[in-house]
Design a binder for this molecule. Structure first.
Ligand code: 5GP
Length: 120
């Protein structure tokens, strides 16, 4: 899937839409989800144009991959969820129910998040 730079997270990176930033470095931006599902719900995105984790893991530079991975622990510490734990989620594609076509991890916690997937 080709990257569409009109998606909402591309617009947030460009500063066209506001966000509540919790962490930023050269390669990464983390901000609060607009519809939090738990007390803590933050999205971590690479600033580079990657549709999803498949695209990122295949095509991102080593520097981007290192920065993105390191940012997860920094954000978890900053949010105060590192000790009690949290859920890290990335939805990919149609079957993964991905709504925004720019790679993002959800960090969800601050309270128990419940069990993993259940077959519906
Ligand atoms: P997905 O379903 O793609 O994994 O998750 C997309 C997430 O982006 C959802 O949790 C949704 O609430 C969040 N979201 C969508 N639009 C915006 C926005 O404009 N600002 C912020 N901060 N979050 C958004």
């Amino acid at each position: 899937m080709a990257y569409d730079d009109s998606n909402i997270f591309a617009r947030i990176i460009r500063g066209e839409i506001p966000c509540s930033t919790v962490y930023e470095d050269d390669h990464v931006l983390a901000f609060k989800d607009i519809q939090p599902q738990r007390r803590v719900h933050v999205l971590i995105i690479p600033k580079g144009h990657y549709v999803d984790m498949t695209d990122f893991s295949a095509n991102a530079s080593d520097a981007e991959i290192v920065a993105y991975t390191r940012a997860i622990s920094r954000v978890a510490e900053k949010l105060g969820v590192a000790e009690n734990g949290y859920r890290l989620i990335t939805n990919t594609g149609v079957d993964g129910h991905q709504e925004v076509p720019h790679l993002h991890f959800h960090i969800v916690g601050g309270e128990p998040v419940g069990p993993m997937l259940k077959r519906t």
